[in-house]
Design a protein around this ligand. Structure first.
Ligand code: ATP
Ligand code: MG
Ligand code: FE
Length: 351
């Protein structure tokens, strides 16, 4: 199968052509980030995002098709994100995909964006079900048990801010530019991690839920006491924040791996990390250490496939089509669409 994927659920306009499932190959993976449009507002503005998707999507699709060397005759299906996400962008992408599907006479697959993240590691690595996914991005922070295509269980999630969001808010608070993650990481490298002690929220409680809003508040309180904060203090606060987040993620990963072993005895656990926060080296290292300690496989797909992209959407389409014909022409875009809901993915899409 050769599938065109389209992704527009947040601030990346993306299109890709992917082959599979037998001979997996990414023929093209075109991404245009809107970061420049949103930077001055310190975050993604939904209305601006939707307009930017409209303006550029046609060109991005054409580019992806060109680079893949494909005409419509070579394409077997169109897969597009149908949710969850910023609804304006999702509508632009999914409706464009429907129009292409209708004009070219191809089936359309409406993909759950989170399912795209969940299945990426099967495109990049040899990975069998079941496995664990830790999704850490600007909009999501959750542990998922991936049992099969369309068969997901959310084991734990943040009860307040997503991790990327916490990085972004912390950066803003300290006067660092948006998006904050990379800047916090850079400052943290120059910081003294032992100067401030921030909490490890929720770790005193069992389960796999997480919380990051309190961390940011604790950091604000510390910073307030020292105003005006100098460069070194900012670096020290960044280091403390990053260490705290890494510790929380590592602890929850250990528990997730324990839980996996009780659910699937005899299966060597694998944990996949996805989302923009996976770019953080300290977080990666502590996840890797937690996995090694538990004799589990740790898989971090290449960064361009960890953050929002259309290759993962095309691949999720291939995984769905492998199980049988799909026709999601009557599916409507959804702002909210939990992956573990009854109608996520293949189980009931289109109904
Ligand atoms: P979603 O995919 O959940 O809809 P999103 O588009 O915001 O949301 P991504 O593009 O995957 O998610 O990731 C962006 C987030 O990752 C931002 O919050 C950014 O600050 C964070 N991030 C990027 N690089 C780093 C880093 N080195 N350390 C920590 N966080 C980072
Ligand atoms: Mg993004
Ligand atoms: Fe995403």
């Amino acid at each position: 199968l050769t599938v065109l994927g389209i992704e527009t659920s947040c601030d990346e306009t993306a299109a890709a052509v992917v082959c599979g499932p037998a001979h997996k190959k990414i023929l093209s993976n075109t991404i245009r980030s809107q970061i420049d449009e949103h930077t001055e507002f310190g975050g993604v503005v939904p209305e601006i995002a939707a307009r930017a998707h409209i303006e550029i999507l046609d060109r991005i699709v054409a580019e992806a098709m060109n680079e893949a060397g494909c005409g419509w005759d070579d394409i077997d299906a169109i897969a597009a994100t149908a949710g969850p996400g910023l609804i304006g962008g999702v509508i632009v992408g999914f409706m464009t995909a429907k129009a292409i599907a209708m004009a070219a006479g191809k089936p359309i697959v409406g993909v759950n964006h989170l399912e795209g993240h969940a299945l990426t590691a099967r495109l990049t690595d040899d990975l069998e079900f079941p496995f664990l996914l830790l999704l850490v991005s600007g909009g999501h922070s959750q542990f998922l048990l991936v049992r099969g295509v369309g068969d997901y269980e959310r084991l734990g999630t943040t009860i307040d801010d997503a991790i990327g969001e916490a990085f972004d808010k912390t950066a803003k608070l300290l006067g660092l530019p948006y998006p904050g993650g990379p800047h916090v990481e850079k400052m943290a490298a120059k910081g003294d991690v032992s100067r401030f002690r921030l909490p490890r929220p929720l770790l005193d409680r069992p389960g796999l839920d997480m919380s990051f809003a309190g961390l940011k508040t604790a950091l604000r309180t510390q910073a307030k006491k020292l105003e005006p904060v100098d460069e070194q203090t900012i670096a020290d606060l960044c280091a403390a924040f990053q260490r705290s987040v890494s510790d929380v993620l590592a602890a929850r990963t250990r528990s997730a791996l324990d839980l996996f072993r009780t659910r699937h005895p005899g299966v060597k656990p694998a944990i996949v990390v996805a989302g923009g926060v996976a770019a953080n080296q300290e977080i990666r290292n502590s996840l890797l250490a937690a996995a090694e300690e538990a004799d589990a496989r740790f898989i971090a797909p290449p960064m361009r496939l960890c953050t929002d992209n259309a290759a993962m959407i095309a691949w999720a389409g291939i995984e769905r089509l492998r199980l049988g014909p799909v026709d999601d022409m009557s599916l409507s875009p959804r702002p909210r669409w939990p992956l573990d809901s009854a109608n996520a993915g293949v189980l009931g899409a289109g109904k």
